[in-house]
Each structure stands twice: as C-alpha cells, then as structure tokens.
Design a protein around this ligand. Structure first.
Ligand code: GTP
Ligand code: MG
Length: 254
C-alpha cells in the first residue's frame, strides 16, 4: 500500500496536470484527501473527472459538478459511452496552459474508478489495460493520446485508514465473495439506492418498497429471488452477494 502512495507521489511530481478520477455514483466517497493534499502541495493543477456518468442521472451529475467545481475544474464523462471526452481533452489543454511542448497528464484515484478506461476513452484506443477486477493496473504506464497529450496511467490508491470493507464493496475494490460482511455491505448499497432512486431496485428485483429498512429490502430481494434456507427462511447472505454483484456490474443506477 505504501508502494501505491509512493507511486502516486511520483506521478504528481512528473505530471503537468492531474486527473482525480472519481466514480460518479459516489463522488464524495471516492475523493481522496491524501492525493488532493499532495497535488496542492506540489502546486500542480488538477481536474476532477466524474467517470461512469452513464450510471447516474443527469440532474444529480449537474448538482455534483457545480458543487465540486468550487474545489477544482470538474467534468463528467462516461468511458463506456465515450461521452464527455472532447470536453475533458479541452479542459486538460486549458488547465495545463502549456504552449509548445507535450503535456503530461497523470490519472489518479481509487482502484476501479476507471482511471485506465478514461485514458482509453480520451485516446480513442484501448491502450491502457482495464478490468472489472480492481487492482488491475500494477505499474506506471505512459500512453500517447495525440494532440500534445500524454497520459501516465497509475494503479489505484487506497490510503491507510480509509481501508474499510464497506467502501471497498461500494467501489468494487473487493468482490462479494471476498467480503467478511457481505450483508452489511449490501445494506449500505441498498440504503444508498433507496434514498436516491429506489425504483431501480423495484424494477430489477420485481419488488415493491414501501417504508422498509435496508434489511427488510434485502429480505424481500432474497424471497423474490427464491433464495431460501430450511423452513423457508430467506438466505440473506446469498441475497447480499447478488446485490453486491449487480451493483459492481453497474446494473443499479443511482
Ligand atoms: N458503466 C461504466 N463502467 C465503466 C466506465 N469506466 C470504466 N468502467 C468499468 O469499470 C471497471 C474498472 O475500469 P478500469 O479502467 O480498469 O479502472 P481502473 O481505475 O484503471 O482500475 P485499477 O487499475 O484496477 O485501479 C471496468 O470493468 C470498466 O469496464 C464507465 O464510464 N461506465
Ligand atoms: Mg487501471
């Protein structure tokens, strides 16, 4: 872990401008104080990139964008749909404000937020390796994006102290079968979706959510999916793994 931090410090030192890549579904949870502090200390400009914007409503994206724009220039992109990439390219050129030479852009953030995918989307080619399993990018890699932009792709950073299981489940840092408390993580996901967009749960699992708490919703999902133990009790652990997997696959929009 210390190694990741050292690597990101090195990227900050080398780059002219940094991208802090956040998962648009939970921008606050994926902001990384340690990275932002190091960037500011190094007096480097940075851009907040809200990636995976295809999984979030436009309204909520606009609100987050105007809130985070007070901290740094903020753009939203979907590497999957290749949207927002031209704006990001322009923002990089504008923010770096360097004439006559190549601009080195470092891509930083938590594991699995889509740092490598953002680079590929801006480049228009699959140059940086990506995977649904987090921790894919191991070393630092240089990727040429044309028109004076060169990216540095780096591994995801999990700062010490922010290493708890719920955030790891939300961020898909760990898959459901490697979590000690999948039920707790699933309840965190359900709670988040219920406050923002409960109809997505209702339509994916064919349930009706009235005034249920997260645990009751998990039970409803388990019952509806026919995940039952002996005596027709709901198998909550199995339901939890399903919810976490669906969330990590991007089937649950917020
Ligand atoms: N829906 C959606 N999925 C995305 C988007 N960008 C990336 N993903 C998916 O998120 C997963 C992680 O993408 P990567 O680009 O490998 O993420 P990373 O931040 O480089 O991950 P590490 O190198 O492991 O730290 C992959 O399964 C991608 O397909 C996006 O804009 N929308
Ligand atoms: Mg990567």
């Amino acid at each position: 872990m210390a190694n990741y931090l050292r690597m990101s410090k090195d990227v900050i030192k080398k780059a002219d401008v940094l991208l802090e890549v956040l998962d648009a579904r939970f921008p606050d949870e994926t902001r990384n104080n340690a990275i932002e502090r190091d960037i500011i200390r190094a007096k480097k400009p940075f851009i907040i990139v809200l990636n995976k914007s295809d999984l979030v409503s436009r309204d909520s994206l606009e609100k987050t964008k105007s809130r985070l724009s007070k901290i740094a220039p903020t753009v939203f992109v979907s590497s999957k749909d290749m949207s927002g990439t031209t704006i990001l390219r322009h923002k990089i050129l504008e923010t770096a404000n360097i004439k006559g030479r190549e601009i080195l852009v470092g891509s930083l953030g938590y594991p699995n937020t889509g740092k490598s995918s953002v680079i590929n989307a801006v480049t228009g080619r699959h140059r940086a390796g990506t995977s649904s399993i987090s921790g894919y990018t191991k070393g630092v890699q240089l990727v040429n994006a044309g028109s004076r932009i060169k990216f540095i792709d780096a591994p995801g950073v999990i700062p010490f102290g922010e290493n708890d299981e719920h955030i790891q489940g939300l961020l898909s840092v760990r898959d459901a079968t490697h979590l000690k408390d999948p039920i707790g993580v699933a309840m965190t996901i359900i709670k988040k979706i219920c406050t923002e967009n409960k109809t997505v749960l209702e339509s994916l699992y064919h349930i009706t959510i009235a005034e249920h708490d997260s645990y009751e919703v998990l039970e409803l999902i388990g019952r509806q999916s026919n995940f039952l133990k002996k005596k027709a009790e709901v198998d909550e652990a199995r339901a939890a793994v399903k919810v976490i997997n669906d969330w990590q696959k991007g089937l649950l929009m917020v």
